[in-house]
Ligand binder design. Structure first.
Ligand SMILES: *Cc1c(COP(=O)(O)O)cnc(C)c1O
Length: 408
């Protein structure tokens, strides 16, 4: 297996076929009824959550950030095993409320919440992560109008950044949260509006594979909150330290050292028990829970040779899986791990580019990668596709049908 991406070991291989949820991939394709499709493996999700629980202190709550994968059946499955769901729109809130969880364990973050979204959050009694002074004013008006007190936490835009993170979402000028220096004023307005203050939320970035960087960000977030808590109108009951736990997508990337993150969180739990005795520490994770449990599967329609280079033209591509094409926030395009799912361990290999049916050179799933020799009808599997796939892609682009999603 030398030179192969570690993700290829995430699913077993039997008789040359990738097996997901106990089913060989050709049979899964028949079950799906058509290609392309996304498949998500319940057992892989369960194993990941169990590993996380094992590494983190028992006192730390784990929330699922639904935007990573909001498929309703998957959300329902994950919801049973985590302590809360984090939503970022009224659409996600509706899916979360359908998932048979206590609404009080749902939190609603995100800039630009509309009046309707805030009213829905208030009616459902979910925790609103306040991202601006306007949100405080609107919830104050609703308090006067309906008598209902919104449960709120203040999302803080910290005065530090998450180092070596794939995507930075805190520090410097940002549309997210309230700048740390303005938080004392926000807390005064929350108090005078009579809202139910419950705590703080600090999310500084995503897709981080370095335990030290995550630990440093969480420690900084914790210390920042300790300072801000002096201005709070009520004891801090929830302290969401964000997440940012990454998964290895590209060659050479190593999985996150989870025990190291767990050990540092254990010391934060101890400090917190003294300094903020009523507070529960929360981490909110999206891709780390579900990203490695999903595959995107498409079929080779045509095998073309252009000036010596082999192209496998498939029925799937950028329109279904923008991230794997390299166009969802990548600066330098790199290949996701890919295999020929129905001949994973074939001896004969060749260097090919896997492309989709769209009329744009951006529609690339693998650029000159060494893969088992494939023919028309074979199945291409893209790994690490359980998060930011289906709903993070321009499904209408060029008018092909959308892929199916199955949970096995
Ligand atoms: C997107 C997002 C997450 C999830 O990020 P992952 O990298 O998928 O873990 C968590 N919290 C907030 C506030 C987010 O915006």
């Amino acid at each position: 297996m030398k030179g192969l991406h570690a993700a290829l070991a995430n699913f077993p291989v039997e008789n040359g076929e990738l097996v997901v949820g106990g089913m060989p991939i050709t049979r899964l394709a028949q079950t799906a009824g058509s290609t392309p499709f996304y498949v998500y493996d319940r057992a892989a999700i369960d194993a990941r959550i169990a590993a996380l629980r094992n590494a983190l202190p028992a006192q730390v709550h784990v929330h699922y950030a639904m935007k990573a994968n909001p498929m309703p059946a998957l959300v329902r499955h994950v919801a049973r095993q985590v302590d809360g769901l984090d939503v970022a729109s009224a659409g996600e809130l509706a899916v979360a409320l359908d998932a048979d969880v206590d609404p009080r364990t749902i939190s609603f973050a995100g800039p630009g919440k509309t009046d309707r979204e805030l009213e829905a959050a208030l009616a459902a009694d979910v925790l609103v992560n306040i991202e601006s002074f306007r949100e405080i004013r609107l919830l104050a008006r609703e308090r006067d109008r309906t008598g209902r007190r919104a449960r709120v936490a203040v999302r803080v835009n910290p005065d530090f950044e998450l180092k070596s993170s794939g995507m930075r979402m805190g520090g410097g000028p940002k549309q997210f949260g309230i700048d740390a220096e303005d938080v004392p004023r926000a807390l005064r307005e929350i108090a005078s509006a009579g809202l139910a203050f419950e705590g703080f939320h600090v999310f500084s970035g995503s897709q981080n594979l370095r335990a030290e960087a995550i630990c440093e960000a969480q420690t900084n977030a914790f210390e920042l909150v300790l300072r801000l808590a002096e201005h709070a109108p009520a004891p801090v009951r929830t302290l969401n330290l964000g997440g940012g736990f990454g998964i290895p997508y590209f060659p050479g990337e190593q999985p996150l050292d989870l025990p190291a993150v767990g050990a540092r969180l254990a010391t934060l739990v101890e400090t917190s028990a003294k300094a903020l005795p009523e507070a529960t520490l929360v981490v909110e994770l999206g891709r780390y829970l579900v990203g490695e449990a999903g595959l995107y599967v498409c079929r080779v329609i045509d095998r073309k040779i252009s000036r010596g280079q082999v192209f496998l033209v498939t029925d799937g591509g950028l329109h279904h899986h923008l991230a794997a094409s390299g166009n969802f926030g990548q600066v330098i395009r790199k290949n996701y791990p890919v295999s020929i799912g129905n001949r994973v361990d074939a001896a004969e290999q060749e260097v090919v580019s896997v492309v989709g049916p769209l009329c744009t050179p951006l529609d690339l799933l693998a650029d000159r990668m060494s893969l088992p020799r494939a023919n028309e009808g074979d199945l291409v599997a893209v790994y690490q596709s359980g998060a930011y796939g289906y709903t993070a892609s321009p499904l209408r682009f060029l008018g092909h049908p959308p892929p199916r999603e199955i949970l096995v």
